[in-house]
Ligand binder design. Structure first.
Ligand code: ZN
Length: 305
């Protein structure tokens, strides 16, 4: 090989890791602008508020004994979430518990800062707990551009399917809806809607996530291994769990899951009743399940060839 080419090749070898590092760092910057676009906080139910951005959902459950925050979102999100909480006239320091939808960076990268500022207890589903403590580095998709690392956060309590989180007379239930991440969590809680009879409670469901994309592998086939052993069974079980949940108020980790934008346009006129959407929930679960079954079939057929 001519000397010049040799020099170029060795420079390439040197540059490649640098380029990979550059890509890994810029992956954080490649985010949907709606993930960071602010949104004024609003009430969903009596003790339930939206404090997220236009697309990355964060919820505050208020109780006389302190508040629960669901989702810390991006590394840049904590000041935005805090501003929303304070705009509601509530104290940031009253955040006693941090919960999450899933251990990906768009829901958990802000956790370390929020825990540091509030002293809240961090409760995470098994399967995601080690991912949160490693800052995303033990995620089965780690090294994929869409799943960058983030600041690790200590976990105070590891949750299991069906566990409850109780504070100030409010009880939330954690449903393990794994597949998207190994500990992806759907939260449910009974809430009262302003204007409804005091004894009428509604079931709020905050879906953790059911999506998968081309980086996911659902089954073993030849040299290619499933993203993690049992991922297809987890997804199948997740859809059974979601189908069985009674849902009046449909919410989720991303605004787009539950049509936040169109519901917001009706909110001022119609009030929090716009979030009553049992049919939208059923449709979301059915569509997610159909996509999963089609993806699984495609992999199974490819494996047989
Ligand atoms: Zn995710």
């Amino acid at each position: 090989m001519p000397l010049l080419l040799l020099a170029a090749a060795s420079r390439m070898r040197l540059l490649f890791p640098l380029f990979a590092l550059f890509l890994a760092l810029t992956a954080r910057a490649q985010i949907n602008p709606e993930w960071t676009a602010p949104l004024p906080p609003f009430q969903i139910a009596e003790d339930l508020y939206y404090v997220g951005s236009q697309e990355l959902a964060a919820y505050l459950v208020t109780t006389p004994a302190g508040n629960i925050l669901i989702n810390a979102n991006l590394e840049t999100s904590p000041p935005q979430i805090r501003a929303s909480v304070e705009k509601l006239g509530l104290q940031w320091a009253d955040t006693k518990i941090l919960l999450n939808s899933q251990a990906h960076f768009d829901h958990m990268a802000g956790a370390a800062q929020i825990l540091c500022e509030t002293g809240a207890k961090n409760m995470v589903m098994e399967g995601d707990a080690d991912v949160v403590e490693s800052g995303g580095r033990t995620d089965f998709l780690f090294a994929v551009e869409a799943v960058p690392p983030y600041l690790p956060a200590k976990v105070d309590r590891v949750l299991r399917h069906g566990d409850t989180v109780e504070i100030g007379g409010v009880t939330l239930t954690a449903h393990k809806t794994a597949g998207h991440t190994r500990g992806c969590t759907t939260w449910t809680l009974p809430v009262h809607l302003p204007g409804e009879p005091p004894d009428r409670l509604r079931n709020a469901v905050i879906v953790g996530g059911v999506m998968f994309w081309s980086d996911f592998r659902l089954i073993d086939a030849g040299d290619q291994k499933a993203s993690y052993p049992g991922i297809a069974e987890d997804f199948a079980r997740t859809f059974r769990v979601l189908q069985a949940l009674p849902c009046d108020i449909f919410l989720g980790a991303h605004g787009s899951y539950f049509g936040l934008k169109s519901k917001l346009s009706r909110l001022e006129k119609e009030g929090p009743q716009v979030f009553l959407d049992a049919a939208g929930y059923k449709e979301f679960v059915a569509k997610g399940q159909a996509a999963f079954e089609a993806g699984l079939k495609k992999e199974q057929e490819a494996a047989q060839q």
